[in-house]
Every structure is written in structure tokens, then in C-alpha cells.
Design a protein around this ligand. Structure first.
Ligand SMILES: Cc1cc2nc3c(=O)[nH]c(=O)nc-3n(C[C@H](O)[C@H](O)[C@H](O)COP(=O)(O)O)c2cc1C
Length: 226
């Protein structure tokens, strides 16, 4: 595929929640990670690790997540979640959910379809690959570590997009962290931060076309001394 400019990558990228049943070569993921890892970090600490999972281990994670969710197991993620969203943050959450459900034709009162959609997330959207981002436990007292993991993860999804790959960063994949820890073999000296589903976008999957909104630069930025 032709090379995309930076603007094309950033403006074209969307979260991808439907994938083709087609493997992703390990060498291509290594190329994407090499680009992502140029991200800046606090004092160049590079606190991150990437556990790139496919095949049978990923299927075990999908099954484990699904079983635990259906059994009503509470969220067991390993970092602070904060309060439930309220106010404008809740409004934005609802807005993108409405966009996604609208694209998928899932009605507000269709409990079964909504549940299916949620379970899809716990299966990593049936993507061929899932990348689990972790960080070194000994740095867990610093908020810079979480900041650095976010930076590298955004760089990862953009680098993937530049190579024709789609991703969705997600918390659903790590809400049942003991399942991930067991089947991905995550060492005890690392904390599980986030999951990224990755693969070739299915062009016919309606939710993949959703373009989420952004507040304006006017709302987000103040310019001082200009
Ligand atoms: C930290 C984080 C957690 C997320 N968790 C989920 C998730 O659990 N399930 C999901 O479908 N999308 C998840 N997303 C994707 C966001 O919903 C998405 O990035 C946002 O709506 C903006 O849409 P875009 O990525 O298409 O621009 C997450 C994104 C981030 C950055």
C-alpha cells in the first residue's frame, strides 16, 4: 500500500472492532513496535513491555475472560480506575457508544445484542493478535509511568495504521487480569496496564467506519503570551 503522510495516519486512524481472519506476520509487528518505541519517556526510563499474543494462548484468554464475565466476576484490573464518568465525560462516552450501536444497528432496548457487543470486547473483538502492555512494577509509584505507557500505546496504534493494520486500545481485555497473567505468562515484576487488539481491518464491519468526535482546539487549549 502507498505510504501515508503523518496527517493521513492521524486523521484516518479509527478504533477497529472487526477484523479479517488473516494472520499478521511477526516481522510486521516488530516493525510497528520499533516505530512506537521511539516515544519519549520520563528520563528515558522506557518502563513498558509488550506481550504479543496470538493463536491458542489468545483463545484461552478469550475463553477465560468470557467465562469470568458471564460468572459475574468483578473487575480485577491492576491499576486505579477512578470514579465512574460524570458530566461532560459521561456525555462523550454515551455519544461514541451511540455512534457505535447506531452503526451496528443495535437498538437501545435490545439487551441481547448489547450483551453480545460487550462480550465481543472481552474476546478482543476476535482479532488475530492482542498486545498486552505492561510496565515494571518497581516504577509503579510514579504517574509518569502510566503517562509513558499511554504515549507508546498511541504511537503503536498510529504506527500500525500506517502499515494498514487496525487496532483498538481497550480495558476490556485486561479487566480480568489474572486470566491474562496466567495464559500470557506475565512475570510478577510487571503490572498489566492495557490491551490492544490488532489485525487487518474488516472493511465490511460497520463499526469500523465510525469517526468519533473531538472537542475543538478552542475548547481544549489556552494560549498565553501570544
Ligand atoms: C485507555 C483506553 C481504554 C479503552 N477501552 C476500550 C474498551 O474497553 N472497549 C472499546 O471498545 N474501546 C475502548 N477504547 C477505545 C475508545 O473508545 C476510542 O479510542 C475512543 O472512543 C475514540 O475513538 P477512536 O479511537 O476511533 O478515535 C479505549 C481507548 C483507550 C485510550
Amino acid at each position: 500500500m502507498p505510504a501515508q503522510t503523518y496527517d493521513e495516519v492521524v486523521l484516518g486512524r479509527r478504533s477497529i472492532r472487526g477484523y479479517l481472519d488473516k494472520p499478521v506476520p511477526q516481522a510486521l509487528i516488530e516493525e510497528v513496535l520499533t516505530l512506537a518505541m521511539r516515544s519519549p519517556t520520563s528520563m528515558n526510563t522506557q518502563p513498558w513491555h509488550f506481550h504479543v499474543i496470538t493463536g491458542e494462548p489468545l483463545d484461552r484468554i478469550r475463553r477465560g475472560n468470557t467465562e469470568r464475565i458471564l460468572a459475574g466476576e468483578p473487575d480485577s484490573r491492576e491499576f486505579r480506575r477512578g470514579e465512574a464518568f460524570a458530566g461532560v465525560h459521561r456525555e462523550r462516552q454515551v455519544e461514541v457508544a451511540k455512534q457505535l450501536f447506531g452503526a451496528m444497528g443495535i437498538a437501545r432496548d435490545d439487551a441481547a445484542a448489547r450483551k453480545d457487543w460487550v462480550l465481543r470486547g472481552f474476546r478482543q473483538f476476535d482479532a488475530p493478535v492482542c498486545v498486552i502492555i505492561t510496565y515494571d512494577r518497581e516504577l509503579s509509584g510514579s504517574d509518569d509511568t502510566a503517562f509513558d505507557c499511554g504515549a507508546v500505546t498511541t504511537a503503536l496504534v498510529n504506527a500500525a495504521w500506517s502499515r494498514g493494520l487496525g487496532c483498538v486500545i481497550n480495558s476490556q481485555g485486561i479487566m480480568q487480569s489474572p486470566v491474562v497473567r496466567e495464559h500470557a505468562g506475565i512475570p510478577d515484576d510487571q503490572i498489566i496496564m492495557k490491551a490492544v487488539a490488532l489485525g487487518w481491518p474488516d472493511p465490511d464491519f460497520p463499526a469500523n467506519a465510525v469517526v468519533s468526535n473531538r472537542k475543538s482546539v478552542d475548547e481544549a487549549a489556552r494560549f498565553v503570551g501570544f
